[in-house]
Design a protein around this ligand. Structure first.
Ligand SMILES: Cc1cc2nc3c(=O)[nH]c(=O)nc-3n(C[C@H](O)[C@H](O)[C@H](O)COP(=O)(O)O)c2cc1C
Length: 192
């Protein structure tokens, strides 16, 4: 692959765009297809494809909000109106959210840990793909990725878990960079 300074600069400066700053328009049908093709193109030990994606767009985002608010109220009967409204807004205002699921299988050689990593890469590739098409993306998990009942209501099947939800939309801002760990702290040279 020839050197690609544009790609290098992208990787050196990439940032998430948090959900409040993701506006319409979202990806059209053709762009969505490209996004899923990019997301699907991850290293995959054993070619098991242990991941799935679920799209939440349009009115589905409101329905998700109602489900989450109802579950939140059931778990926390004293929840305030403000908290319930925040649950209703979980998938807003981003025009589109993609839930990425780890769908591991039992395999004699490939540990489920590796299958989980592959699904994580799908989520990040989705963000890269969104950026490549000019959109912003925000990968979150939130409580409903860890709550079995809520996750099932959002489409997780038995044995699956959400590695995250990637909100995608037109960026309304470019966030300042945030501090990164020092390379010296995270890299060492192995010596025997
Ligand atoms: C697996 C995973 C789960 C995350 N879940 C959340 C979350 O629930 N809420 C949140 O505000 N940020 C969450 N984040 C962090 C956001 O993606 C965050 O905005 C991002 O790390 C910002 O850094 P960046 O600009 O380098 O992408 C999560 C990140 C990862 C990798």
């Amino acid at each position: 692959m020839p050197a690609n300074p544009e790609l290098r600069d992208y990787l050196l400066t990439r940032r998430s765009v948090t959900k409040p700053f993701l506006a319409e328009p979202g990806p059209n049908e053709d762009e969505l297809k490209q996004l899923f093709t990019i997301a699907n193109r991850v290293p995959d030990h054993g070619k098991l494809a242990p991941w799935r994606m679920i799209v939440y767009a349009g009115d589905a985002r409101l329905q998700v909000g109602e489900i989450l608010a109802r579950k939140f109220k059931a778990d926390y009967p004293d929840a305030t109106a403000e908290q319930l409204e925040a649950e209703r807004q979980q998938f807003l205002p981003a025009p589109l959210t993609v839930g990425v699921l780890s769908s591991p299988v039992d395999h004699f050689k490939i540990p489920q840990f590796e299958q989980l990593l592959a699904a994580g890469n799908v989520a990040f590739n989705l963000a890269h793909g969104a950026n490549a098409l000019g959109f912003g993306a925000h990968w979150v998990t939130r409580w409903f990725a860890y709550d079995d009942e809520a996750a099932a209501a959002l489409g997780a099947r038995p044995g699956e878990r959400f590695v995250g939800f990637v909100h995608i939309g037109t960026p309304e801002t470019r966030l300042e960079d945030r501090e990164r760990p020092s390379i010296d702290d995270i890299v060492s040279i192995w010596q025997s």
